[in-house]
Ligand binder design. Structure first.
Ligand code: PMV
Length: 330
């Protein structure tokens, strides 16, 4: 039996602008997906997921095929199966064991579809655990690349490398196009995440920003301004000790610029303001926007308590920077 876990992520800075070649800084967070893999005697793959916010489901495929009856929406199950199917294929390919059967159990503490990189974390941990169960240890570059290929295929070519790279490597990461690297020396950022229970449609929101840019000069300038503040943020992060107050200010500016691009939402603004008014260093939406999560920087209990009492905030939790990335648990 082999167990690997991998973290989710938030964007400290730069979502949306990264689509136009500006840099972005996603950060891995201490909220993990944990995948247990055990080799089977036959060629079937069986998946158990009691903890994926999917109300629990068990599916089996391969071998004789056939999917048992499920009591969760089939699109969610299809998506989950697509990611796992891809992860199994990558692990079989890496281990040169094309017909290996596997029992896979997934436990995840990362809300699904909320912009926190839950699918990337599951794919990274699944490929790592399955490859090791089949006798092969992948190096991190190879693992990140294989996980990206799975996301790329399941998401019809729309996936960026940010989530899979960040989940594999951990820490703060600088992404520009296909160029992803760790920002070394950043080992502590006190994140609080607020989650409204919903999710924005990433494709639709990206298309909306693109249309705004085509029509208005201010939107092009806004994207460039986000790029400028990401570069400022990177300089702060590379200093000997990242100043939380200055990083927080940049997060506030970044949220304002994302609002100007039309991707915030009332629930996100309410959570951002609740966190700021409670004394957080800064707060912004994270990911595509439209709904989902905000991230605040706060090393006290203030922001979490304020979010707990904010109407529309379904869940608030502390999620410190994760510096490990993928972890081999056993
Ligand atoms: O919501 P997420 O975590 O999928 O992030 C989307 C980030 C965007 O910059 C809006 C799109 C992208 O592919 O980079």
């Amino acid at each position: 039996m082999t167990v690997s876990s991998a973290p989710g992520k938030v964007y400290l800075f730069g979502e949306h602008a990264v689509v136009y070649g500006e840099p972005a800084v996603p950060c891995a967070i201490e909220r993990r997906a944990r995948v247990t893999v055990e080799r089977r005697d036959d060629d079937r793959v069986r998946v158990n997921a009691d903890d994926l916010t999917l109300d629990g489901f068990t599916v089996a495929w391969g071998g004789e095929g056939g999917v048992p009856e499920l009591d969760v929406p089939s699109n969610l199950v299809e998506a989950a199966m697509g990611y796992l199917d891809g992860a199994v294929e990558q692990a079989r390919d890496a281990a040169d064991a094309p017909a290996a059967g596997l029992d896979i159990t997934i436990e995840s503490a990362i809300p699904l579809g909320a912009g926190l990189g839950s699918s990337a974390a599951v794919v990274v941990a699944a490929i790592d655990a399955a490859a090791r169960e089949l006798g092969t240890e992948l190096d991190r570059e190879d693992l990140a690349d294989r996980a990206f290929r799975v996301e790329h295929e399941v998401q019809d070519g729309e996936a960026s490398r940010a989530d899979t790279f960040c989940s594999t490597m951990g820490g703060a990461v600088r992404v520009r196009g296909d160029d992803c690297r760790r920002v070394e020396g950043v080992d502590n950022l006190p994140f609080i995440v607020g989650y409204d229970g919903g999710a924005g449609d990433t494709g639709e929101l990206v298309a909306r920003v693109r249309a705004l840019r085509d029509e208005h000069r201010f939107a092009t300038d806004t994207v460039e301004a986000i790029g400028d503040l990401v570069r400022e943020g990177e300089t702060l992060l590379r200093g000997s000790e990242a100043p939380l107050d200055e990083l927080g200010d940049l997060m506030d500016f970044n949220h304002g610029l994302l609002s100007a691009l039309g991707v915030s939402a009332r629930s996100l603004d309410a959570m951002v303001w609740a966190a700021r008014e409670s004394g957080a260093y800064g707060a912004k939406l994270t990911g595509a926007g439209g709904g989902g999560c905000i991230v605040a920087l706060d090393d006290t209990e203030g922001a979490k308590t304020a979010l707990d009492y904010t109407p529309g905030c379904e869940e608030a939790f502390r999620a410190e920077l994760d510096t490990d990335g993928v972890r081999r648990e056993s």
